[in-house]
Design a protein around this ligand. Sequence first.
Ligand SMILES: *[C@@H]1O[C@H](CO)[C@@H](O)[C@H](O)[C@H]1NC(C)=O
Ligand SMILES: *[C@@H]1O[C@H](CO)[C@@H](O)[C@H](O)[C@H]1NC(C)=O
Ligand SMILES: *[C@@H]1O[C@H](CO)[C@@H](O)[C@H](O)[C@H]1NC(C)=O
Length: 473
Amino acid sequence: MLILLPLRLALLGLSLAPVISAHPTGSATPQDVPRGLLPQDPSEDPFYQPPGGFEAEPPGTVLRSRRIVASFFGLLPNLIEAHQLLYRTTAIDGSAISTVTTVFKPLNSKPDRFISFHTAYDSSAVSCQPSYQYQLGSPQTDLILSLEMLVIQIYLLLGYVVASPDYEGPDAAFGPGRLEGTGVLDGIRAVGHHHAALGLDSATPPVVGVGYSGGAIATGWAAGLQPTYAPELDIRGWVAGGTPANLTGTLVFIDGTAFSGFIPSAIVGLNQPSAYGARLQPVLDDIVTDAGRSILETTSTQCAPAALVSFFGRSLFDPAIQTMGRGILHEPTVADILKANTMGANSSETPTAPVFLYHATDDEIIPYANATTLRDAWCSDGADVHFTTFASGGHATTEVIGLPRVIKFVEAAFEGKTAKGCAMDEELSDQLEPLALGVSLEPILVKLLHALMLAGKKDGKLRQDVKVWGEIF
Ligand SMILES: *[C@@H]1O[C@H](CO)[C@@H](O)[C@H](O)[C@H]1NC(C)=O
Ligand SMILES: *[C@@H]1O[C@H](CO)[C@@H](O)[C@H](O)[C@H]1NC(C)=O
Ligand SMILES: *[C@@H]1O[C@H](CO)[C@@H](O)[C@H](O)[C@H]1NC(C)=O
């Protein structure tokens, strides 16, 4: 749920305006780009359709593969080898579904390991899937993931192959952690099955999974489900920052704030067919008003920036939206689904690979207390957890300030050198040392830092930014 402020991309010397205005829905063709070169929206692109009979294949089976032209912000070609794999994964009800992972392979990549990177796309519209947004010529409507491309770039420069799955599954279900977790694990399996083409030397290469904010929902659930769902994987560690461990806690924390827009997105996500739609739709049909229905319909077509604008400052508990008020949290089906999506609540879902959790005390989107509750649950259930508290900075800035510690953990995890047991420490500085990760990474870090700092500085500029978004989207 990272809010990174899209429109600060101008800082990076890029203007998105031509792409956005020529290409508002993904269906129009800008005059100056030959049609054949434009990627197709996932709802139209046959690559996303699984072949007949795929349901009989085991989870993680590669169903299709292709090469794509990757990009920075949809505009600049990213001259890196990029592959996409359509793979079989599993819906909440246990049925077979398919989704896509995008795998970036740098020159001279390390052949014996890779990073599973779970970008924070935070949206319940299929046009926001990372596999689409990464392609050259795609409309950059999910700018959070566009900016996180800079974080991926850091791993690529360090020589890692990076896989970034569409972990929300085929209908883009934002919120249901179990679906996202199995989407991540089957994406890791798919990379293993396709290893030869990706320059990896084994079908079960060592992996570290990382994600921040919305990406930490996918990461935390993958960590908890892996010992039972995918025990054969060689997972060396998990990194989750700004982790929404408890959906109810996040909901009540952001309701009525600048970040309320994540709530209708998550309701749409939880209600998708691959998630809890069969159980949740009848409840929503009973309690959601016409105005509420129209909000959910709009949200189901929006990526995170637009959804935040649409629902800015509003409350889910508003009787104009649904008739139960705060009682919605106690409606039995809703309560059951929210409970099933609380990380750390079931001790049989405790990670066995080492975990690094980090969180800002002043995180204004994801409550800090819910992350420490997760830490304590996992620690008392025997997990190896390192938890770093960031004492200054907010949600977006902590993603960047945390990077040197994240990279250090990733490297130690691959070497099997992380500490056993549980440890906590505190980072007092709110500054990133751009040289902390080495001279070659400095230019990227400076850009990233600049964008994130403006975005996140306690989000004091948020109202103003939201106005800017409103003008653009
Ligand atoms: C999740 O958050 C809710 C609302 O703040 C709280 O009542 C509940 O106890 C939390 N659940 C867990 C398992 O921590
Ligand atoms: C706890 O997790 C295990 C493993 O995912 C699952 O089989 C079991 O049903 C869960 N228990 C409850 C009460 O949800
Ligand atoms: C989760 O966060 C919410 C919102 O800040 C808070 O009310 C609740 O007490 C927290 N619950 C737990 C168990 O951490």
